[in-house]
Design a protein around this ligand. Structure first.
Ligand SMILES: [Zn+2]
Length: 166
């Protein structure tokens, strides 16, 4: 995706994200309130108290197809269990107690924070286009971190993301 094409869709995408976050005020919980005991080993207290989780039946995915972005049709149709926008992630209700998916989405929250919305969305779109969902760099980073968390490695997840993005 060229910067020019991205620029054309960026305001619409941001508007959609803003509307989506405002449409789900239904008491989002902070990740801190979920009390996953290992998380403070990986994330700062600030991150855990500012990151929000919303449980939903259907994940909100931007209507890329109807905007004419047909090459992202596969992404729009994919059946994910979670998705992150800015400092909020949405999970399917049955993922409520899935610690690992919370960890994965927190990695995306750190990516959003470090890159800012514009660079995050541009990188994410290009990653999808060039490598597909699973191997796109921002997803690969989240899946690698998730695997290390599952293997009980202990590391500063925020520093790791910052290092990989630099
Ligand atoms: Zn992900």
């Amino acid at each position: 995706m060229t910067p020019e094409e991205f620029q054309k869709y960026y305001p619409r995408l941001l508007g959609w994200i803003d509307a989506t976050l405002r449409a789900h005020p239904g008491n989002p919980r902070t990740v801190a309130s979920r009390g996953f005991p290992r998380f403070p080993l990986y994330f700062s207290a600030d991150t855990l108290t500012s990151a929000k989780v919303v449980l939903v039946d259907q994940l909100p995915i931007p209507p890329l197809l109807s905007w004419g972005l047909t090459r992202f049709a596969e992404f729009e149709r994919a059946n994910f269990n979670g998705i992150t926008y800015l400092n909020t992630f949405f999970l399917k209700r049955d993922q409520e107690n899935n610690e690992v998916i919370h960890f994965h989405e927190l990695i995306h929250i750190i990516q959003w924070r470090i890159l800012g919305p514009k660079r995050f969305l541009f990188s994410y779109a290009n990653g999808l286009e060039d490598f597909g969902y699973r191997d796109s760099p921002l997803e690969a980073m989240a899946y690698d971190a998730e695997a290390a968390f599952t293997a009980k490695d202990i590391f500063d997840a925020e520093k790791m993301v910052a290092r990989k993005l630099s």
